[in-house]
Design a protein around this ligand. Structure first.
Ligand code: PBG
Ligand code: ZN
Length: 324
């Protein structure tokens, strides 16, 4: 089977995230997981978001869970000496990301929704999202690696793998592999409409995933591209078996979010990316000012048709009850 609509209904927490009305339940908090112990490093230009080792992350998410923040997106950060051209470490079950998922699922089971980032750029020494062949990102050589990474996340117990790579045909390949290996309730969130944006800077610093040369324009969408390509990408991923369709960045593409939401039947997510977060954080140092801005921003996402909002503001919005 290529499509399993039951995946989005599988647990109460998945249903609450996707189907309940209201902003609060639609929020997802991103995290950066690093190796080591007791690590809790601040990230330049992302106040309030830290790079954390598994032990600290478990504590952080523990507090979030107590506050009613139950959906989390995890990004694994790979040490530079462990990177290689094939992103070998990204599919290693001993890496912090996989270990964090295992431990969190053991602790919270179906009460937590865990999404795990699948791409090569955090684990390749050249920082590109794919395998290089003759200095170019080779789509079809990259797919098996993405599949391997996805399977390791599924094995660890992720609710959804989030494919952020923008290679053609990867949703189909991942879905097929999940079917073959018996992961019939693991979902795929696809970054279907991902622009080659200038708003990813702080993230690349946090995830140490900047390309050493060149850019991401041969796979991420051109910032000038409009609705035909966006809806094409979204519908293609839906057809290939994606369970959630995502647009990112969010604030500069609200028109695209609306068009995509009108075109697909699957739930739509937006990613309020790192540069968007930094802008607000530097403009609004006072919580009350921040509250007003974040409310206005999140309501615009909802109005544009987003069912799910991934945002670094999620934690503060929930703990400070900005949407109650
Ligand atoms: C990695 C990835 C990126 C983001 C999500 N996954 C950065 C990139 O494509 O360079 C952006 C997230 C953010 O800026 O917060 N493929
Ligand atoms: Zn990438």
């Amino acid at each position: 089977m290529r499509k399993r609509p039951r995946i989005n209904r599988w647990t109460q927490s998945r249903r609450d995230l996707i189907f309940s009305s209201g902003i609060k339940s639609s929020l997802v908090q991103p995290h950066f997981v690093v190796s080591g112990k007791g690590i809790d490093e601040e990230i330049e230009s992302m106040p309030g978001v830290n790079r954390q080792s598994v032990d600290v992350l478990i504590e952080t998410i523990g507090k979030d869970m107590e506050n009613g923040m139950s959906s989390h997106m995890l990004f694994g950060v790979v040490d530079s000496h462990e990177k290689d051209p094939m992103a070998t470490k990204a599919s290693d079950m001993e890496m912090p990301l996989q270990r964090a998922v295992l431990q969190l699922k053991e602790k919270y089971g179906d009460k937590i929704v865990l999404m795990t980032d699948v791409c090569l750029c955090t684990a390749t020494d050249h920082g590109h999202c794919g395998i290089l062949h003759d200095h170019e990102i080779d789509n079809d050589l990259t797919i098996p690696e993405l599949v391997r990474i996805s399977l390791s996340h599924a094995e660890a117990g992720a609710d959804y793998i989030s494919a952020s790579d923008m290679m053609d045909g990867r949703v189909k390949a991942i879905r097929k592999a999940f079917e073959n290996e018996g992961y019939t309730n693991t979902g795929i969130l696809s970054y279907s409409v991902k622009y080659a944006s200038s708003f990813y800077g702080p993230f690349r610093h946090a995830a140490s995933s900047s390309p050493t040369h060149g850019d991401r324009k041969s796979h991420q969408m051109d910032i000038r591209s409009g609705y035909p390509e966006a809806t094409f990408e979204a519908m293609m991923d839906q057809k290939e078996g994606a369970d959630i369709i995502m647009v990112n960045p969010a604030m500069t593409y609200l028109d695209v979010v609306r068009k995509v939401a009108d075109s697909v039947s699957k739930p739509v997510a937006v990613y309020n990316v790192s540069g968007e977060y930094s802008m607000v954080m530097s403009a609004a140092k006072e919580p009350s000012k921040r509250k007003a801005m974040v409310q206005e921003i999140f309501y615009s996402f909802a109005r544009a048709g987003a069912d799910i909002i991934v945002s670094y503001h999620a934690r503060e919005a929930i703990s400070e009850k900005w949407f109650e």
